[in-house]
Design a protein around this ligand. Sequence first.
Ligand SMILES: [Fe+2]
Length: 461
Amino acid sequence: MKNTGSREWSACVLLFAAISALEASASELESVYTVQAPQGQWVVRALTHAAQCPSIAWDGHLPVAMQVRATQATLPVRSDAAQADSKPAVFDVTSCEATWPAQAQSARIEGQVVPAPPKQIQRILIVADTGCRMKASENSFQECNDADKWPFAQIAQSAAKLKPDLVVHIGDVHYRESPCPQGNIGCANASWGYGWDAWRDDFFQPAAPLLASAPWLFVRGNHESCFRAGQGWFRFLDASPYTAARNCNEPANDLQGDFSEPFTAAISEQAQFIVFDSAKSSGKAYNPADPAFTKYKSQLNIAAQLAKLKPESFFINHHPLLAAAPGKDPKKFKSGGSAGLQSVFETVVPDRLFPAGVTVAMHGHVHLFEAISFQSNHPVSLVMGNSGSLNEGHAPHAIAPTDRIYKTAVVDNYASRSEYGFATLDRTFLSGQESWQLTEYTPQGQAVIRCHIQNGKSRCQ
Ligand SMILES: [Fe+2]
Protein backbone atom coordinates (compact mmCIF):
# COMPACT_ATOMS: atom_id res chain seq x y z
CA MET A 1 0.00 0.00 0.00
CA LYS A 2 2.78 2.38 1.05
CA ASN A 3 4.79 1.36 -2.01
CA THR A 4 1.89 2.02 -4.42
CA GLY A 5 1.34 5.46 -2.87
CA SER A 6 4.99 6.33 -3.34
CA ARG A 7 4.87 5.23 -6.99
CA GLU A 8 1.73 7.30 -7.55
CA TRP A 9 3.39 10.26 -5.88
CA SER A 10 6.50 9.86 -8.10
CA ALA A 11 4.30 9.64 -11.22
CA CYS A 12 2.48 12.79 -10.12
CA VAL A 13 5.77 14.63 -9.60
CA LEU A 14 7.03 13.53 -13.03
CA LEU A 15 3.77 14.55 -14.71
CA PHE A 16 3.82 17.92 -12.94
CA ALA A 17 7.46 18.43 -13.97
CA ALA A 18 6.64 17.53 -17.58
CA ILE A 19 3.66 19.93 -17.67
CA SER A 20 5.74 22.68 -16.05
CA ALA A 21 8.53 22.14 -18.58
CA LEU A 22 6.01 22.26 -21.43
CA GLU A 23 4.41 25.44 -20.07
CA ALA A 24 7.80 27.07 -19.47
CA SER A 25 8.88 26.10 -22.95
CA ALA A 26 5.58 27.26 -24.50
CA SER A 27 5.85 30.61 -22.76
CA GLU A 28 9.29 31.05 -24.31
CA LEU A 29 7.89 30.55 -27.79
CA GLU A 30 7.26 33.94 -29.42
CA SER A 31 6.11 33.08 -32.92
CA VAL A 32 5.47 30.16 -35.28
CA TYR A 33 4.98 30.71 -39.00
CA THR A 34 5.58 29.20 -42.44
CA VAL A 35 7.66 30.82 -45.18
CA GLN A 36 7.72 30.16 -48.93
CA ALA A 37 11.27 29.22 -49.97
CA PRO A 38 12.89 28.75 -53.40
CA GLN A 39 12.42 25.49 -55.39
CA GLY A 40 8.80 25.14 -54.25
CA GLN A 41 9.87 24.43 -50.68
CA TRP A 42 8.23 25.66 -47.49
CA VAL A 43 10.08 26.32 -44.26
CA VAL A 44 8.55 26.45 -40.79
CA ARG A 45 10.11 29.02 -38.48
CA ALA A 46 9.86 29.27 -34.70
CA LEU A 47 11.25 32.08 -32.54
CA THR A 48 11.94 31.22 -28.93
CA HIS A 49 13.64 32.77 -25.91
CA ALA A 50 14.99 29.30 -25.10
CA ALA A 51 18.51 28.52 -26.28
CA GLN A 52 17.30 25.22 -27.72
CA CYS A 53 14.85 24.93 -30.56
CA PRO A 54 11.41 23.43 -29.96
CA SER A 55 10.33 20.16 -31.57
CA ILE A 56 7.89 19.87 -34.42
CA ALA A 57 5.39 17.01 -34.87
CA TRP A 58 4.51 16.20 -38.48
CA ASP A 59 1.10 14.56 -38.99
CA GLY A 60 0.79 13.72 -35.30
CA HIS A 61 3.99 11.68 -35.23
CA LEU A 62 6.63 11.90 -32.51
CA PRO A 63 8.09 15.43 -32.38
CA VAL A 64 11.54 15.99 -33.86
CA ALA A 65 13.90 18.86 -33.03
CA MET A 66 13.90 21.93 -35.26
CA GLN A 67 17.26 23.25 -36.45
CA VAL A 68 18.86 26.46 -35.17
CA ARG A 69 18.84 29.09 -37.92
CA ALA A 70 20.42 31.88 -35.85
CA THR A 71 21.48 31.81 -32.20
CA GLN A 72 20.68 34.60 -29.79
CA ALA A 73 23.13 37.49 -30.00
CA THR A 74 23.72 41.13 -29.21
CA LEU A 75 25.13 42.68 -32.36
CA PRO A 76 27.18 45.89 -32.21
CA VAL A 77 26.06 48.98 -34.11
CA ARG A 78 27.25 48.80 -37.71
CA SER A 79 29.77 51.49 -38.66
CA ASP A 80 27.38 52.60 -41.43
CA ALA A 81 24.13 52.46 -39.37
CA ALA A 82 21.36 54.39 -41.09
CA GLN A 83 20.48 56.46 -38.02
CA ALA A 84 22.96 58.46 -35.94
CA ASP A 85 21.16 57.51 -32.71
CA SER A 86 21.62 53.74 -32.96
CA LYS A 87 22.20 51.06 -30.32
CA PRO A 88 23.36 47.43 -30.38
CA ALA A 89 20.70 45.06 -31.72
CA VAL A 90 19.63 42.60 -29.03
CA PHE A 91 18.29 39.41 -30.55
CA ASP A 92 17.18 37.53 -27.43
CA VAL A 93 15.28 34.96 -29.48
CA THR A 94 16.69 31.87 -31.18
CA SER A 95 15.53 31.56 -34.79
CA CYS A 96 14.62 27.94 -35.53
CA GLU A 97 13.51 26.25 -38.70
CA ALA A 98 12.44 22.99 -40.31
CA THR A 99 11.76 22.25 -43.97
CA TRP A 100 8.20 21.05 -44.59
CA PRO A 101 8.41 17.42 -45.84
CA ALA A 102 6.66 17.02 -49.21
CA GLN A 103 4.32 14.32 -47.92
CA ALA A 104 3.35 15.99 -44.62
CA GLN A 105 -0.21 17.30 -44.25
CA SER A 106 -0.02 19.03 -40.88
CA ALA A 107 2.37 20.12 -38.16
CA ARG A 108 2.31 21.25 -34.55
CA ILE A 109 4.92 22.94 -32.39
CA GLU A 110 4.26 22.61 -28.66
CA GLY A 111 0.61 22.02 -29.44
CA GLN A 112 0.36 25.07 -31.71
CA VAL A 113 -0.93 24.37 -35.23
CA VAL A 114 1.52 25.45 -37.95
CA PRO A 115 0.02 26.89 -41.18
CA ALA A 116 0.33 24.22 -43.88
CA PRO A 117 1.42 24.92 -47.47
CA PRO A 118 -1.64 25.38 -49.70
CA LYS A 119 -2.67 22.47 -51.94
CA GLN A 120 -4.11 25.00 -54.36
CA ILE A 121 -4.11 28.76 -54.24
CA GLN A 122 -7.43 30.58 -54.66
CA ARG A 123 -6.87 33.68 -52.56
CA ILE A 124 -3.62 35.60 -52.08
CA LEU A 125 -3.55 38.37 -49.52
CA ILE A 126 -1.17 41.28 -50.04
CA VAL A 127 0.32 43.77 -47.60
CA ALA A 128 3.37 46.03 -47.80
CA ASP A 129 4.99 48.85 -45.84
CA THR A 130 3.36 47.77 -42.62
CA GLY A 131 5.55 49.16 -39.80
CA CYS A 132 5.24 52.26 -37.63
CA ARG A 133 7.62 54.96 -38.81
CA MET A 134 10.08 56.30 -36.23
CA LYS A 135 12.90 57.94 -38.12
CA ALA A 136 15.01 60.74 -36.63
CA SER A 137 16.86 61.60 -39.87
CA GLU A 138 13.52 62.77 -41.33
CA ASN A 139 12.09 63.89 -37.99
CA SER A 140 9.17 61.61 -38.77
CA PHE A 141 7.38 59.87 -35.91
CA GLN A 142 4.11 58.05 -36.50
CA GLU A 143 1.63 57.62 -33.65
CA CYS A 144 2.44 53.97 -33.00
CA ASN A 145 0.25 53.91 -29.88
CA ASP A 146 -2.93 54.86 -31.80
CA ALA A 147 -4.55 51.97 -33.72
CA ASP A 148 -6.16 54.39 -36.19
CA LYS A 149 -2.92 56.23 -36.91
CA TRP A 150 -0.96 52.98 -37.28
CA PRO A 151 -3.58 50.46 -38.44
CA PHE A 152 -1.48 47.38 -39.22
CA ALA A 153 -2.92 45.35 -36.30
CA GLN A 154 -6.45 46.11 -37.54
CA ILE A 155 -5.41 45.19 -41.10
CA ALA A 156 -3.95 41.86 -39.96
CA GLN A 157 -7.17 41.03 -38.07
CA SER A 158 -9.44 41.92 -41.00
CA ALA A 159 -7.16 40.13 -43.47
CA ALA A 160 -7.08 36.90 -41.42
CA LYS A 161 -10.90 36.75 -41.57
CA LEU A 162 -10.68 36.51 -45.37
CA LYS A 163 -8.94 33.13 -44.95
CA PRO A 164 -6.19 33.52 -47.59
CA ASP A 165 -4.23 30.56 -48.92
CA LEU A 166 -1.05 32.65 -49.03
CA VAL A 167 0.00 36.02 -47.62
CA VAL A 168 2.52 38.14 -49.51
CA HIS A 169 4.43 40.96 -47.82
CA ILE A 170 6.06 43.19 -50.44
CA GLY A 171 8.67 44.67 -48.14
CA ASP A 172 9.38 47.37 -45.56
CA VAL A 173 8.40 45.36 -42.53
CA HIS A 174 10.52 47.22 -39.96
CA TYR A 175 10.18 50.97 -39.41
CA ARG A 176 11.15 51.65 -35.78
CA GLU A 177 14.67 52.94 -36.30
CA SER A 178 14.92 55.84 -33.83
CA PRO A 179 13.78 56.48 -30.25
CA CYS A 180 10.52 58.37 -29.77
CA PRO A 181 11.38 61.98 -28.85
CA GLN A 182 10.73 62.96 -25.23
CA GLY A 183 7.30 64.44 -24.74
CA ASN A 184 5.79 62.82 -27.86
CA ILE A 185 2.85 60.84 -26.48
CA GLY A 186 1.96 59.38 -29.91
CA CYS A 187 4.91 57.00 -29.78
CA ALA A 188 5.89 57.23 -26.08
CA ASN A 189 7.68 54.12 -24.79
CA ALA A 190 7.70 52.46 -28.23
CA SER A 191 10.51 49.97 -28.73
CA TRP A 192 13.08 51.00 -31.34
CA GLY A 193 16.30 49.88 -33.05
CA TYR A 194 17.08 46.79 -35.07
CA GLY A 195 16.75 44.16 -32.32
CA TRP A 196 13.97 41.69 -31.48
CA ASP A 197 11.77 44.00 -29.38
CA ALA A 198 11.26 46.43 -32.28
CA TRP A 199 10.66 43.54 -34.70
CA ARG A 200 8.14 42.04 -32.25
CA ASP A 201 6.17 45.26 -31.78
CA ASP A 202 6.36 46.41 -35.41
CA PHE A 203 5.55 43.07 -37.01
CA PHE A 204 5.27 39.78 -35.14
CA GLN A 205 2.76 40.93 -32.52
CA PRO A 206 0.34 42.86 -34.76
CA ALA A 207 0.70 40.28 -37.57
CA ALA A 208 -0.01 37.31 -35.25
CA PRO A 209 -3.55 36.48 -36.51
CA LEU A 210 -2.37 36.60 -40.11
CA LEU A 211 0.82 34.63 -39.42
CA ALA A 212 -1.39 31.93 -37.91
CA SER A 213 -3.84 31.89 -40.82
CA ALA A 214 -1.63 31.01 -43.83
CA PRO A 215 1.97 30.64 -45.05
CA TRP A 216 3.78 33.82 -46.07
CA LEU A 217 5.96 34.91 -48.95
CA PHE A 218 8.30 37.73 -47.92
CA VAL A 219 9.75 40.22 -50.41
CA ARG A 220 12.52 42.45 -49.16
CA GLY A 221 12.17 46.23 -48.89
CA ASN A 222 14.78 48.97 -48.53
CA HIS A 223 14.12 49.00 -44.79
CA GLU A 224 15.53 45.45 -44.70
CA SER A 225 18.77 46.33 -46.50
CA CYS A 226 21.94 45.49 -44.58
CA PHE A 227 22.66 48.89 -43.06
CA ARG A 228 19.12 49.12 -41.70
CA ALA A 229 17.08 46.11 -40.46
CA GLY A 230 18.93 43.52 -42.60
CA GLN A 231 20.15 41.49 -39.63
CA GLY A 232 16.56 40.83 -38.51
CA TRP A 233 15.52 40.17 -42.12
CA PHE A 234 17.98 37.29 -42.37
CA ARG A 235 17.23 35.92 -38.89
CA PHE A 236 13.45 35.93 -39.33
CA LEU A 237 12.15 36.33 -42.88
CA ASP A 238 14.64 35.58 -45.66
CA ALA A 239 13.70 32.43 -47.54
CA SER A 240 17.21 31.01 -48.05
CA PRO A 241 19.64 29.37 -45.58
CA TYR A 242 21.29 31.67 -43.02
CA THR A 243 25.03 32.09 -43.71
CA ALA A 244 27.83 34.30 -42.38
CA ALA A 245 28.23 35.87 -45.82
CA ARG A 246 24.55 36.74 -46.00
CA ASN A 247 23.48 37.89 -42.55
CA CYS A 248 24.30 41.63 -42.80
CA ASN A 249 26.66 41.53 -39.79
CA GLU A 250 29.76 42.60 -41.75
CA PRO A 251 29.47 45.58 -44.12
CA ALA A 252 32.30 44.01 -46.17
CA ASN A 253 29.85 41.27 -47.21
CA ASP A 254 27.04 43.60 -48.29
CA LEU A 255 27.54 42.92 -51.98
CA GLN A 256 26.28 39.43 -51.12
CA GLY A 257 23.94 40.35 -48.28
CA ASP A 258 22.09 43.09 -50.13
CA PHE A 259 21.43 41.18 -53.35
CA SER A 260 19.45 37.94 -53.15
CA GLU A 261 19.07 35.71 -56.18
CA PRO A 262 15.58 35.86 -57.74
CA PHE A 263 13.35 32.81 -57.26
CA THR A 264 9.94 31.61 -58.35
CA ALA A 265 6.86 30.49 -56.45
CA ALA A 266 4.06 28.77 -58.38
CA ILE A 267 0.58 30.19 -57.78
CA SER A 268 -1.29 28.00 -60.27
CA GLU A 269 -0.65 25.54 -63.10
CA GLN A 270 0.04 28.41 -65.43
CA ALA A 271 1.19 31.30 -63.26
CA GLN A 272 4.10 32.00 -60.92
CA PHE A 273 5.58 34.78 -58.83
CA ILE A 274 9.13 35.88 -59.60
CA VAL A 275 10.55 37.29 -56.37
CA PHE A 276 13.21 39.97 -56.91
CA ASP A 277 15.26 41.66 -54.17
CA SER A 278 15.56 45.39 -54.90
CA ALA A 279 16.31 46.34 -51.26
CA LYS A 280 19.46 48.31 -51.98
CA SER A 281 18.37 49.94 -55.22
CA SER A 282 18.99 53.63 -55.75
CA GLY A 283 16.33 56.13 -56.73
CA LYS A 284 18.76 57.66 -59.21
CA ALA A 285 19.89 56.19 -62.54
CA TYR A 286 22.98 54.00 -62.17
CA ASN A 287 26.37 54.50 -63.68
CA PRO A 288 27.00 51.16 -65.46
CA ALA A 289 30.33 50.96 -63.60
CA ASP A 290 28.46 50.72 -60.28
CA PRO A 291 28.69 47.16 -58.85
CA ALA A 292 24.96 47.38 -58.02
CA PHE A 293 24.21 47.95 -61.73
CA THR A 294 26.10 44.76 -62.61
CA LYS A 295 24.35 42.80 -59.83
CA TYR A 296 20.83 43.91 -60.77
CA LYS A 297 21.47 43.36 -64.47
CA SER A 298 22.67 39.82 -63.87
CA GLN A 299 19.70 39.12 -61.59
CA LEU A 300 17.21 40.48 -64.11
CA ASN A 301 18.75 38.15 -66.71
CA ILE A 302 18.14 35.27 -64.27
CA ALA A 303 14.55 36.49 -63.81
CA ALA A 304 14.11 36.52 -67.61
CA GLN A 305 15.11 32.84 -67.69
CA LEU A 306 12.78 32.05 -64.79
CA ALA A 307 9.92 33.74 -66.65
CA LYS A 308 10.12 30.97 -69.26
CA LEU A 309 9.10 28.33 -66.68
CA LYS A 310 5.36 29.21 -66.78
CA PRO A 311 3.10 30.88 -69.36
CA GLU A 312 2.48 33.79 -67.01
CA SER A 313 4.68 35.49 -64.39
CA PHE A 314 3.85 38.07 -61.72
CA PHE A 315 7.07 39.97 -60.97
CA ILE A 316 7.28 41.07 -57.32
CA ASN A 317 9.83 43.54 -56.00
CA HIS A 318 9.53 46.33 -53.49
CA HIS A 319 10.26 49.41 -55.61
CA PRO A 320 7.78 50.27 -58.43
CA LEU A 321 9.17 50.94 -61.89
CA LEU A 322 5.90 52.10 -63.46
CA ALA A 323 3.95 54.25 -61.00
CA ALA A 324 2.62 57.70 -60.19
CA ALA A 325 4.19 59.52 -57.25
CA PRO A 326 2.16 60.78 -54.28
CA GLY A 327 1.83 64.54 -53.89
CA LYS A 328 -0.07 67.28 -52.10
CA ASP A 329 -2.42 67.94 -55.02
CA PRO A 330 -4.27 64.88 -56.38
CA LYS A 331 -4.97 66.81 -59.60
CA LYS A 332 -1.27 66.86 -60.45
CA PHE A 333 0.58 63.94 -62.01
CA LYS A 334 4.20 63.08 -61.39
CA SER A 335 5.97 59.89 -62.40
CA GLY A 336 7.01 57.77 -59.43
CA GLY A 337 8.98 54.84 -60.86
CA SER A 338 12.47 54.00 -59.55
CA ALA A 339 14.96 55.67 -61.91
CA GLY A 340 17.68 53.36 -60.56
CA LEU A 341 15.88 50.16 -61.47
CA GLN A 342 14.63 51.62 -64.76
CA SER A 343 18.24 52.39 -65.75
CA VAL A 344 19.17 48.73 -65.27
CA PHE A 345 16.01 47.05 -66.57
CA GLU A 346 15.98 49.08 -69.80
CA THR A 347 19.39 47.71 -70.73
CA VAL A 348 17.99 44.15 -70.54
CA VAL A 349 14.47 44.77 -71.88
CA PRO A 350 14.30 48.14 -73.68
CA ASP A 351 10.97 49.99 -73.40
CA ARG A 352 9.00 47.21 -71.73
CA LEU A 353 11.44 46.92 -68.79
CA PHE A 354 10.06 43.55 -67.68
CA PRO A 355 10.95 40.24 -69.38
CA ALA A 356 8.57 38.51 -71.80
CA GLY A 357 5.96 36.49 -69.91
CA VAL A 358 5.67 39.02 -67.09
CA THR A 359 2.04 40.16 -67.22
CA VAL A 360 1.78 41.80 -63.79
CA ALA A 361 4.34 43.71 -61.68
CA MET A 362 3.60 44.02 -57.95
CA HIS A 363 5.25 46.48 -55.59
CA GLY A 364 5.09 48.43 -52.32
CA HIS A 365 7.38 51.28 -51.22
CA VAL A 366 4.98 54.09 -52.15
CA HIS A 367 2.38 54.32 -49.37
CA LEU A 368 -0.77 54.16 -51.45
CA PHE A 369 -2.72 51.85 -53.76
CA GLU A 370 -2.42 52.06 -57.55
CA ALA A 371 -3.54 49.68 -60.29
CA ILE A 372 -2.23 50.80 -63.67
CA SER A 373 -2.96 49.14 -67.01
CA PHE A 374 -1.25 50.14 -70.24
CA GLN A 375 -2.30 50.49 -73.84
CA SER A 376 1.38 49.85 -74.62
CA ASN A 377 3.08 46.50 -74.09
CA HIS A 378 3.87 47.06 -70.39
CA PRO A 379 2.65 44.72 -67.66
CA VAL A 380 -0.09 45.75 -65.25
CA SER A 381 1.62 47.67 -62.45
CA LEU A 382 0.23 47.33 -58.92
CA VAL A 383 1.45 49.43 -56.00
CA MET A 384 0.18 48.28 -52.60
CA GLY A 385 2.31 50.05 -49.99
CA ASN A 386 -0.57 51.37 -47.85
CA SER A 387 -0.75 48.72 -45.11
CA GLY A 388 0.23 50.77 -42.08
CA SER A 389 3.24 53.00 -42.48
CA LEU A 390 2.76 56.76 -42.50
CA ASN A 391 0.82 58.08 -45.48
CA GLU A 392 2.96 60.21 -47.80
CA GLY A 393 0.38 62.20 -49.77
CA HIS A 394 -2.26 61.69 -52.42
CA ALA A 395 -2.12 59.54 -55.52
CA PRO A 396 -3.26 61.49 -58.59
CA HIS A 397 -6.98 61.00 -59.23
CA ALA A 398 -6.37 60.43 -62.93
CA ILE A 399 -3.57 59.79 -65.41
CA ALA A 400 -4.08 61.40 -68.83
CA PRO A 401 -2.91 59.64 -72.01
CA THR A 402 -0.35 62.43 -72.36
CA ASP A 403 1.04 61.88 -68.85
CA ARG A 404 4.19 59.77 -69.13
CA ILE A 405 4.85 57.25 -66.39
CA TYR A 406 7.81 56.02 -68.39
CA LYS A 407 9.08 56.79 -71.91
CA THR A 408 6.77 54.70 -74.13
CA ALA A 409 4.24 53.59 -71.51
CA VAL A 410 0.70 54.78 -72.28
CA VAL A 411 -1.86 54.29 -69.50
CA ASP A 412 -5.37 53.19 -70.43
CA ASN A 413 -6.88 52.20 -67.08
CA TYR A 414 -6.03 53.51 -63.65
CA ALA A 415 -7.41 53.25 -60.12
CA SER A 416 -5.91 54.65 -56.95
CA ARG A 417 -6.51 55.10 -53.27
CA SER A 418 -4.45 57.13 -50.82
CA GLU A 419 -5.86 55.79 -47.53
CA TYR A 420 -4.64 52.77 -45.56
CA GLY A 421 -5.64 49.30 -46.72
CA PHE A 422 -4.67 45.90 -48.07
CA ALA A 423 -5.54 43.79 -51.09
CA THR A 424 -6.44 40.29 -52.25
CA LEU A 425 -5.90 38.50 -55.55
CA ASP A 426 -8.54 35.84 -56.20
CA ARG A 427 -8.06 33.27 -58.94
CA THR A 428 -11.06 33.16 -61.25
CA PHE A 429 -11.94 31.79 -64.67
CA LEU A 430 -13.44 33.74 -67.52
CA SER A 431 -14.38 31.91 -70.73
CA GLY A 432 -12.31 28.98 -69.47
CA GLN A 433 -9.22 31.14 -69.06
CA GLU A 434 -7.51 31.86 -65.76
CA SER A 435 -7.79 35.44 -64.60
CA TRP A 436 -7.44 37.32 -61.31
CA GLN A 437 -9.75 39.55 -59.32
CA LEU A 438 -7.86 42.22 -57.41
CA THR A 439 -9.75 43.74 -54.47
CA GLU A 440 -8.60 46.66 -52.35
CA TYR A 441 -9.99 46.83 -48.80
CA THR A 442 -10.14 49.35 -45.98
CA PRO A 443 -8.34 48.35 -42.75
CA GLN A 444 -11.76 47.22 -41.44
CA GLY A 445 -12.11 44.80 -44.37
CA GLN A 446 -14.58 46.69 -46.55
CA ALA A 447 -13.98 46.15 -50.27
CA VAL A 448 -13.59 49.51 -52.04
CA ILE A 449 -11.94 48.86 -55.44
CA ARG A 450 -12.26 45.83 -57.70
CA CYS A 451 -10.11 45.15 -60.77
CA HIS A 452 -10.21 42.30 -63.23
CA ILE A 453 -6.78 41.22 -64.45
CA GLN A 454 -6.27 39.07 -67.52
CA ASN A 455 -3.68 38.82 -70.29
CA GLY A 456 -1.54 41.59 -68.84
CA LYS A 457 -4.37 44.16 -68.67
CA SER A 458 -6.47 45.32 -65.73
CA ARG A 459 -9.89 46.93 -65.62
CA CYS A 460 -10.91 48.55 -62.34
CA GLN A 461 -14.31 49.61 -61.03
FE1 LIG B 1 10.28 51.21 -49.18
